[in-house]
Design a protein around this ligand. Sequence first.
Ligand code: PSU
Ligand code: MN
Length: 304
Amino acid sequence: MEKYIDYSPEVKQALKEKKPVVALESTIISHGMPYPKNLETAREVEAIIRKRGAVPATIGIMKGRLKIGLTEEELEYFATEKGIIKTSRRDIPYITANKLDGATTVASTMILAGMAGIKVFVTGGIGGVHRGGQDTLDISADLMEFSKTDMAVICAGAKSILDIGLTLEYLETQGVPVVGFGTEEFPAFYTRDSGYKANYRVDDATSLARIMKDKWDMNLKGGLVIGNPIPKDAELDPDFINSAIENAVILAEQKGIKGKEVTPFLLSHLKDVTKGKSLDANIELVYNNARIGGDIAVAYANLT
Ligand code: PSU
Ligand code: MN
């Protein structure tokens, strides 16, 4: 395994000293946000994690090498380069064997971070069961990964471009705990409430770290979904964003957009029709997740 991996010096040192490390994905940079906001956000997320006392490890694949921790130039490469392939679990061996560049999704970031022994991962939103998924079987590989890889994933819930009810059913079947951080609700990304409940409410990082430790000490394999709601002052009006999402989903269908293109299309279209409001909300919720994720990594490192 190790022969495929390049660690940044900072991350290598932190792992050796068993310091708290937080994984970050690169699909959000290459396919989730436009330049230059993607780069500003990626840098600021790393800065927030450092301020909380943890070391950020942004993850991606460059010329076939699995990168755990990116330098400033490498971050910029992921933010600007056009030919970077959105890489989920299935894509990893094709990308490495052909020495290509891959931006990692939630699923593949979990895998690569897991190889490096990292246990905490901060992102924006997870993939899920798409609307109509019971017919199309469009279910993000992110969900399967939660049953396979030991990782606490801090997100702002799932967007209503997805069927949130079916997404939660799927996670339940896979035995994945869904925690509301400071809330009973499962959050809906742009808005604080989805109308669905999380399995448990947890109010502080140490309580969450104890659950992580027990799960993995007992060899109960897999991840945890930590739903951390967007801050109140950054939340979008539910009627406004949900109707924009309805229209975007219909448009994607009409245009015949399929497979891995669906999520990037919806995100970019929503940004245009909301005149950037969805992007601003997305950035704020990621910052908020970075704060909580940093705290969780520190609390977990103190327990282990
Ligand atoms: N949700 C966002 N921004 C993103 C993604 C999801 O708000 O950038 C990305 C993540 O990398 C996630 C992926 O893992 O989309 C899911 O894609 P798919 O639905 O094709 O599995
Ligand atoms: Mn899909």
